[in-house]
Structures are given as C-alpha cells and as structure tokens.
Design a protein around this ligand. Sequence first.
Ligand SMILES: Nc1ncnc2c1ncn2[C@@H]1O[C@H](COP(=O)(O)OP(=O)(O)O)[C@@H](O)[C@H]1O
Ligand SMILES: O=C(CO)[C@@H](O)[C@@H](O)COP(=O)(O)O
Length: 584
Amino acid sequence: MAHQGSAVVVGVDYGTLSGRAVVVRVHDGAELGSAMHEYKHAVMDRTLDAHAGEVLPPDWALQVPADYIDVLKNAVPAAITAAGVDPADVIGIGTDFTACTMVPTTADGTPLCELEQFVGRPHAYVKLWKHHAAQGQADRINALAHERGEKWINRYGGFISSEWEFAKGLQLLEEDPEIYAAMDHWVEAADWIVWQLTGRYVRNACTAGYKGIYQDGAYPSEEFLEALNPDFARFVREKLDHEVGQLGHRAGALSAEAAAWTGLNKGIAVAVGNVDAHVSAPAANALEAGQMMAIMGTSTCHVMNGETLAEVPGMCGVVHGGIVEGSWGYEAGQSGVGDIFASYVANQVPGEYTEEADRRGISVHELLTERAADQQVGEHGLIALDWHSGNRSVLVDHELSGLVVGQTLTTRPEDVYRALLEATAFGTRAIVEAFDDAGVPVTELVVAGGLLKNAFLMQMYADVTHLPLSAIASEQGPALGSAIHAAVAAGAYPNVRVAAQAMGRRVVGAYIPDEIAAQRYDALYAEYKVLHDYFGRGGNDVMHQLKRIRREALTMQRKPVPPERPTIETDRTVSPAYAAGVFS
Ligand SMILES: Nc1ncnc2c1ncn2[C@@H]1O[C@H](COP(=O)(O)OP(=O)(O)O)[C@@H](O)[C@H]1O
Ligand SMILES: O=C(CO)[C@@H](O)[C@@H](O)COP(=O)(O)O
C-alpha cells in the first residue's frame, strides 16, 4: 500500500506506573523519538491519596484516570519533539494498556471518581489490573461455572481470574451498590483512552475476549449472572455490552480536543485499543504458532498464536483474534515478577548493599545479580515460590503468597535474590509445560520488557525452560506494537501481520540453553514443582489461612488516619465497604 517515506505514527504504552510514547517511521519501524510521563498518583494500594488518604483494604490497587490524560498532554508532544518530526507527518496513533484495568463511567465516559459526590469513594476509581481484592467473587464465578457446565470456562483454563471484568464488577456491586447503580459503563482503560481520543466508545477484541468472557460472539448468560447474585443479572446488558472492534482496525478519528492535548492533527486515525502484552507480539514480529512472547516487567504476560483451538489448564485464556485478527491467541501469565525483585530490594537488603551500589553507580538489582551470578546452580541451597502477588497461571489463585525454603544462618541477600529470579523462571517453565502438554507446543521464547536488560536472568530462563530465547529489538516493545497498529489503522498496511514484518524485529537465539546448567536446574525445578503442588493445589492451606487472618486483624484494627491529615472526618477514615465489615 502506498504511503509517503516521511509518514510516522505514534504508539502510546500505558504501563503500571507511567505512560510511554514513541514516534515510529511507517515504512521500516525505525523509532525516531520517545518520551515517558509518570502518573501523578502512581498506584494507590494503601491509601486513597487522590482524596483524603483514606486507608484502603488489603489487596486493593487503584488509579486516577486523569493521570492517563496527562500522558497524552506531556509524553506525546515530548516524543514528537524528541523525534524532530513535523506533527503533520503523523498519520495515526495507537495505544495499549495494562489489563484488566477497569474504569466505572457515566454514559458519556466521565469516570465516577470525577463526580463531586463520589470523590471519596474507592469504588469510583480505576481498579488496576493488580487489584486482587475480588478473589472471593472469582471463586464463586468459577464454582458456579463448573457446576452449571458453562462451556466458556474451559476457554480460560478452567478459571476466571479475580483480576478480570466480572469478578471486579461483582465486587463493585456487592461492596458499593450505589456506585454500581450510578455506573453506565464498566470500561477497560484500554478502551477508555481510545474513547477520550476519538469521542467514540469501542471495546477491543483482546480485552473483551480475555478479560470480559466474550467468546463466539456472546457473554455469560443472564441466568448465570442471576445465579451469582440477582442484582448482577443485567450486568452484561446494562454495564458491559458494546460494539467490539478488531485489533488494528480504526476506532475513529482524533477529536479536536485530543488534537489539542497531543499537538497532533485532528482527524488522523486512532487504532482500536489493545493490551501491553498482546501488542508486543507484532513488535517482535513473533506471530507464528510456537513463538511464545514473554513480556517481562512488573509482571510477566505470555502470549502466543496457535493455529487450532485447545484448552490449556491454567492458561488465562484463548481468544480468536486476541493477538491478531484471524488466529487463536493464547495468554498465560505471572502476576508478580519484577515486582517481587523490587519488593525484595526495597525491604530486605541491608544498607551496605545500597551504599556499594551507589558508590559504583549501579542499581541494587545489578549488584545482587552480579553476586548471584558468581555461584553454581543450586549452591545457595534455596527454593522459592514466586507468588508474592498471587499466581495467575497455572493455578489462578491470588490468595497464594511467596515462600523461600532452605534459609540458614549463612544465607546472604544475593542467595535469596537469585532464588527469587529462579522461582520466576520455574513459574514460566510450568506455563510452557502446560502448553506443551495440551498440544500447543512452545518452540521459541521471545522476551520483551524491562527485564531484558538482565542478561543473567535471560540466560537463566533459556536454561530453565530448555528453549532458545529471542530478544525483541526494541526498548519500547508495547509502544512500538501500538505504533504498528496505528499504521494499519491509518491504512499504511493491509493488516497487522504484514505491518509486523516491515516494522517489528527481534534478535533470534540471543540466548541458547547451556546443557549443563539446564540439567542442574532440572533438579531444582523438580523440588519447585513439589512445593508448587503442595501449597498451590490443596496439600496445605496455610497461605489462604494467613490471608484470612490478616484481613480479620486489619478489620479489627480500623487503622487511624495518619496524624498529618487532621481535617478528615472520622467516617471517611476507611472506605464504606471496609467500615461495613464486608472484607472480613
Ligand atoms: N537489573 C534488574 N534485574 C531484575 N529486575 C529489575 C532490574 N532492574 C529493574 N528491575 C525490575 O523491573 C521492573 C520494571 O520493569 P518494566 O518493564 O520497566 O516495567 P513495567 O512492567 O511496569 O512496564 C521492576 O519491577 C524492577 O523491580
Ligand atoms: O495482565 C496483563 C495483560 O493481560 C498486563 O497488562 C499486566 O500484567 C500488567 O503488565 P505490566 O507488568 O505492567 O507490563
């Protein structure tokens, strides 16, 4: 298809803590400039900082939609300046988001948290993907789906996640019915941002399928929803159902308002929304069956196309057109990966490590990795479970938690750090094996995301999985993927596959398994599997019990508002649902 050599597109990647914009040349995918903008309110997981600092219950994670608009206002113009291009050469914009990240809105798309009367209500805010407080609702959805023999449940590996649209929606109904009643649309942030760009609400095939239980053109039935909770019966009809757009299609034209925010021309193409993980596969030009993309950052998402439909136990889902139009897209994931390393570095590493890292001008991650790399496989005598943020695949249980076995009086921080790195690699191997066993073989691991920079970790993943590992040749994988979708939406390419060949790229076989290390990891993996099945499949319920006891303790304490916020009324010190004791 004809397009001018100077034509560029903009891709915007909405991550957990920031949004990144990249300007990409249409004919070859060259990245000309980029910019990042951090969300002012980051993730609100302890207190409702956007209002008066009310204490949030455990496992909550909220965001503020206005922070997403700030990315359009700041990162997009900055990326255009960095690229040195004329905004008039931009022919389209595409976006991707974390998911399932949900915004409750009025009929015109106004987030409920922006209404005066709801600013102090936690349920009026965005529920971020890692809001894990709807596990009780997810458990009920799963039990009922199996009891009624709902066909769709096996498209999700047998489990609907607490992270997804139905569990979070049911939690909203049951804990704050007034907000639920005021909500006209329960919108994926991936679609909300496209709505803000175009003035048109279009759901995208990716989140509708993976997160919204939309299969073969239908959602779960009203009878099913009514059996969950009679007030939930019309959830699909009244709050969720809307036109679904295919990935790479044009959602609409850039509105005058969004043109003013971004500095781009009104009327350019805006692509249908997408998810950070799925959009990365075209960016690595890894769209063939067997090429499993692992997008490794805060969490890891695994996405892979397949030629046929298979039911993989514990996968997140399989959706037709979920990665590219026309193919079965599979997704699995690990809820915590970089997050686990970050939490360890922030809370468990002695000051002398930080001082040494500072002195040498490296990060604590790099220091710990360097020391961890300087030992034989198994030398630390440890096995860890990577469930600090719960387990997404293959157990689909966010009431699970982390574990390190084998610590002694001589265990050092780098030992535990290495065990945590290994635990996440073992978690990926468990996912790869689930796909292999279900007849969807994985032949290549293609990595994108922030963790690519840790070469020791990458070699470990190749060794542990016994797979050749390719590396995406972009530091902005999702944003590049969004730019590819923008190019297709603008008509520069006939479809995403063709665009990916011209604009996407990866280094094939960047890491090859070391046979000796791989064999030694096999022995550790065998022990990991024992612990995995024991704690994760009902052998020992201690992790669930600890979460329950913690919730009880927190409910009893009713934590006071910090003293520096003296003006807050006492009835606002906890969320209404929390005060009502519904979290006990
Ligand atoms: N050298 C490192 N080794 C391992 N993990 C790292 C290293 N540097 C940063 N991290 C982790 O990478 C994660 C950020 O990854 P990134 O892809 O940038 O973010 P996101 O997933 O939000 O897009 C953080 O959780 C951090 O702990
Ligand atoms: O779950 C998905 C996609 O399905 C991700 O959006 C979610 O894990 C967040 O990813 P990041 O770790 O922020 O890149």
